[in-house]
Write a protein that binds this ligand. Structure first.
Ligand code: NDP
Ligand code: 2IT
Length: 452
């Protein structure tokens, strides 16, 4: 049997067993599959990891907490949701990761996110383990008081399991500044202590400058590093961005600042195509629409007289740079082929797992630059880590200081990916690089702890 056949057989056996133990969890299977494909050859070459069954242990969460969240809506009707916290791995630091509020949240989604978070947090160079949580609660269309009552009810249960040395939640889809305020407000009331247990806090109560911008800015810094290796830059390039939430907005802002022309943005109802580029007053209008008014992307097209394409994603629009920043599996094989055909040279994932496995294969076979989310969107959690440092020291760094550290971390993550993903071509395998680099630190800590 050839070496690659042997590796494939090991991957197939490993995945069959994982699927049997975790039935009905397609997103979790997908995330583990991507990692296992690039890690298996490495693990087979390093007997110590294989013998200690590190991969088996890293795909089994430390624990999963599931609980009921009961709250009363504005009509005095009782509502029941489910809350979860997946504490995946704390080998290198306390569990750290966001909370997602969206009707599509399931245990499978949170396990995939928690699993990815372990590798991502390891890559940041900061001492953070991985976790994720959330609820199938849908904040869309709810009043502020309803969101507040829901967040308070969720925290009444969640507070028992978190803490600044134990598990530190933050935001994700559907959890932004408003939700973090309600969650942290309730946490400090229940604990009767002020500790930096949640990140993404408001600036007046322990938040860090640049945290709101960090994921989007970080993804753009990562893209800049990839392009620089090919002697190119962002200036003058056309970019397609999906989403119009926290990550997408600040990716758009930073891209425009660096001279790129961002021609698309989207939400779950469709995308807008603005060939002139989203920048300056248009960007400020979009930010206000999404952050303050919670409006729909269609309104941008109405306001500025550009095209709105209902029910579709922006990947058919010609661009050199693509930044999927909305949600998982929003780029499939067909979308990937369209991007490549239309001249895309770099795909940088601001979201978690936005490209499915077929799409990744298309990008890699076409020899274009592809940055997986666990590397490219790590800037958000990295600045969360810096928020914790500032809280612990009881100081606040300036905008410039935090941004400098963020840029430094994104460059280090990029270079670590090259350490393990260089392949002699001008399109390094960033997937392999991120997976191996993220793995080693966690695996070595687990080896040191013995059989735990
Ligand atoms: P937001 O809730 O701020 O924005 C999400 C955006 O994606 C909205 O435009 C939303 O549209 C769209 N979207 C969400 N779900 C779907 C769906 N099922 N189909 C189509 N569009 C959808 O979330 P964030 O910007 O914080 O998160 C975006 C992505 O980035 C997620 O994958 C998240 O895990 C990842 N991420 C976030 C980080 C952070 O710091 N916030 C850090 C690292 C990664 P609509 O308003 O219509 O729902
Ligand atoms: O996916 C992610 O990295 C996040 N949602 C941010 C997590 C965090 O703890 O800041």
């Amino acid at each position: 049997m050839s070496n690659s056949d042997l590796v494939q057989k090991e991957v197939d056996t490993f995945m069959a067993s994982l699927k049997e133990r975790n039935p009905g969890e397609p997103e979790f299977h997908q995330a583990v599959h991507e990692v296992t494909e690039s890690l298996m050859p490495f693990v087979l070459e390093h007997e110590k990891y294989r013998k200690a069954r590190i991969l088996e242990r890293m795909t089994e969460p430390d624990r999963i907490l599931t609980f009921r969240v009961t709250w009363e809506d504005d009509n005095k009707e009782i509502q029941v949701n489910r809350g979860w916290r997946v504490q995946f791995n704390n080998a290198i630091g306390p569990y750290k990761g966001g909370l997602r509020f969206h009707p599509t949240v399931t245990l499978s989604v949170l396990k995939f996110l928690g699993f990815e978070q372990v590798f991502k947090n390891s890559l940041t160079t900061l001492p953070m383990g991985g976790g994720k949580g959330g609820s199938n609660f849908d904040p869309k269309g709810k009043s502020d008081s309803e969101v507040m009552r829901f967040c308070q009810a969720l925290m009444v249960e969640l507070y028992r399991y978190i803490g600044s040395d134990r598990d530190i939640p933050a935001g994700d889809i559907g959890v932004g500044a408003r939700e973090i305020g309600y969650l942290f407000g309730q946490y400090r009331r229940l604990e009767n202590r002020f500790t930096g247990t949640i990140t993404g806090k408001g600036l007046s109560f322990g938040g860090s400058l640049i945290r709101a911008e960090a994921t989007g800015f970080g993804a753009v810094y990562f893209a800049e590093n990839m392009l620089a290796k090919r002697g190119e830059g962002l200036d003058g390039k056309t970019a397609a961005v999906s989403g119009s939430g926290n990550v997408a907005l600040y990716a758009i802002q930073k891209l425009a600042e660096k001279g790129a022309r961002v021609v698309t943005a989207s939400d779950s109802s469709g995308f807008i195509h603005d060939p002139e580029g989203i920048r300056d007053e248009k960007f400020e209008w979009l930010r206000e629409l999404k952050e303050q008014r919670r409006g729909r992307i269609r309104e941008y097209a109405e306001k500025f007289g550009c095209e709105f394409v209902e029910g579709q994603r922006p990947w058919g629009v010609p661009c050199e740079l693509a930044f999927p920043c909305a949600t998982q599996n929003e780029v499939n094989r067909q979308n990937a082929e369209d991007l490549v055909k239309n001249g895309c040279i770099a795909v940088t994932e601001g979201a978690n797992m936005p490209s499915d496995l077929d799409a990744i294969r298309v990008f890699q076979e076409a020899g274009i630059l592809f940055a997986p989310g666990k590397a490219a969107n790590a800037g958000g959690v990295a600045v969360s880590g810096l928020e914790q440092s500032q809280n612990a020291m009881r100081i606040s760094w300036t905008r410039e200081e935090v941004d400098r550290r963020l840029q430094d971390i994104m460059r280090k993550i990029h270079d670590r990916c090259i350490d393990f993903g260089a392949n002699g071509s001008d399109a390094p395998n960033y997937v392999k690089g991120a997976n191996i680099a993220g793995f080693i630190k966690v695996a070595d800590a687990m080896l040191a702890y013995g059989a735990v």
